[in-house]
Write a protein that binds this ligand. Structure first.
Ligand SMILES: Cc1cc2nc3c(=O)[nH]c(=O)nc-3n(C[C@H](O)[C@H](O)[C@H](O)COP(=O)(O)OP(=O)(O)OC[C@H]3O[C@@H](n4cnc5c(N)ncnc54)[C@H](O)[C@@H]3O)c2cc1C
Length: 421
């Protein structure tokens, strides 16, 4: 275990740069057995314990005040690759995994490749192909888990499996996972379609959700230079798609062919730009939610009316993307009841950190309005949540989740940063 100040300070920060809790010690594990020993050690000393992946949480969720943190990225081997599955250590990033699996890709792959496998499974994992494949947590076949009792267990179904997938690190620390792979073309064709307004963009998303001409469709609202909003769909297919029946402004449509890897790694360009201008290290008060089809137009319109382009920032965007709710089956990944759901994310990248506190408070207000409209939270979000909020969030799934907590982490040792239990 490491006790030096720089290591502990690094473990007290994350991508949000909003919450800082300094641990007593940091473990760079060499095996699942090391993680298990450290959980025992923490419990024996009355300390809490949390795994940290790539620290891309935005609200201190992988931090532990005065406790022990495991730097899971020291466990990052990609083991056996077969036609339909890959076995990986939980600290591997998606970039590490793809380097071994392409031209096959993990089903449910997220849109950003520098997250850890374990950290993504802990929240669920949502990517552009969610309508086709479901979430990442729907596509994990087996996991090796260290429980809050310090036992190393394997699971592929049942209470432990269901409480670890999208279980916010509350029940166990994932040390290894077997993930389903799907074939992918070597190149993709990306269609950027521009819309005059929100209703027209939403109507096309509904149309496209009902057919299979694109493998993935993502919608975004961006601040326009004139102070208004620009509405855009980013739709991907293996070859150039037939755009018949769509209502985009065809004069602005762009079709670009690129390699599959360039497409999967498309957020690297944004990261480079933000690192170059210093905004990567500023606070990131992001909010990610799911909204049902019936209310999406009213909810997004009202939130855009409240949002100022400055609070979103020139590199920020509002994500509004349709997906079939039925595709998601993980019990703890909570979605609205509608068969068609929309991700509604405020990717706030303000040009300075001054407004961070106000924007976290604004996130809480947006969340409450969305919840009251039947929407749900994607827990990788910057806002305070109480135990009662989480009970409400998990709804009918909470009792089974709570029972698993009592069975596998009765001392409530694990992952206090979410404040669920
Ligand atoms: C730039 C950026 C892009 C993103 N893109 C996407 C996206 O496309 N799709 C998507 O779904 N999400 C996305 N997210 C959200 C991201 O999935 C979550 O924040 C995720 O939890 C971060 O993973 P991490 O490896 O950085 O984990 P950390 O931030 O280190 O940890 C996150 C949580 O998971 C727990 N945890 C970490 N490792 C393990 C483990 N091995 N076992 C159990 N629990 C563990 C931690 O204790 C903590 O509670 C993005 C976030 C950022 C900042």
């Amino acid at each position: 275990m490491l006790f030096d100040q720089p290591t502990r300070a690094a473990a007290a920060d994350d991508f949000g740069h909003l919450v800082h809790r300094t641990p007593h010690a940091v473990l760079p594990p060499a095996s699942a057995a090391d993680v298990a020993s450290a959980v025992h050690w923490a419990a024996d000393h009355g300390l809490r314990f949390a795994p940290q992946g790539r620290r891309h949480s935005v609200f201190g969720r992988s931090q532990v005040d005065g406790g022990v943190v495991a730097e899971m990225t020291t466990l990052r081997t990609v083991h056996a690759v077969e036609d339909d599955r890959v076995v990986v250590d939980a600290g591997a990033t998606w970039r590490d995994v793809l380097a071994k699996t392409l031209p096959r890709v993990p089903a449910g792959l997220p849109d950003y490749l520098d997250l850890s496998v374990g950290g993504t499974l802990a929240v669920g994992g949502v990517g552009a192909q969610i309508s086709r494949t479901g979430a990442l947590s729907d596509n994990v076949l087996e996991m090796e888990v260290v429980t809050g009792r310090g036992e190393i267990l394997e699971c592929s179904h049942g209470d432990l499996f269901d409480a670890v997938r999208a279980g916010l690190g509350q029940i166990g620390i994932i040390t290894r996972a077997t993930l389903a792979l799907v074939p992918a073309a070597t190149h993709v064709c990306r269609h950027l379609l521009v819309y005059p307004d929100l209703p027209t963009m939403l109507a096309d998303q509904r149309l496209l959700a009902g057919d299979d001409r694109f493998a993935a469709v993502q919608g975004a609202v961006l601040a326009a230079p004139d102070g208004g909003w620009t509405f855009r769909l980013d739709a991907v297919a293996d070859t150039e798609a037939d755009l018949t029946g769509l209502s985009d402004d065809r004069r602005h449509a762009q079709v670009v062919t690129m390699t599959q890897l360039d497409h999967l790694d498309r957020l690297a360009q944004l990261e480079r730009a933000l690192r170059a201008n210093g905004q990567w290290s500023l606070p990131h008060p992001w909010l990610t939610t799911f909204v049902g089809d019936v209310v999406v137009e009213a909810v997004v319109t009202a939130e855009l009316d409240r949002l100022t382009p400055a609070d979103l920032g020139p590199f920020g965007q509002v994500v509004v993307s349709a997906f079939r709710g039925r595709a998601v089956t993980s019990p703890l990944l909570r979605l609205p009841a509608d068969s068609l759901c929309f991700t509604f994310n405020l990717i706030r990248i303000p040009a300075s950190g001054e407004a961070a506190e106000r924007l976290v408070a604004a996130n809480r207000d947006v969340y409450e309005r969305i919840r009251d409209a039947g929407g749900t939270l994607y827990p990788a979000s910057a806002l305070p949540m109480s135990g009662a909020d989480w009970r409400d969030h998990f709804g009918p799934a909470f009792d089974r989740f709570g029972a698993a907590k009592e069975e596998f982490d009765p001392g409530h040792v694990l992952t206090p940063g979410y404040e669920v239990f």
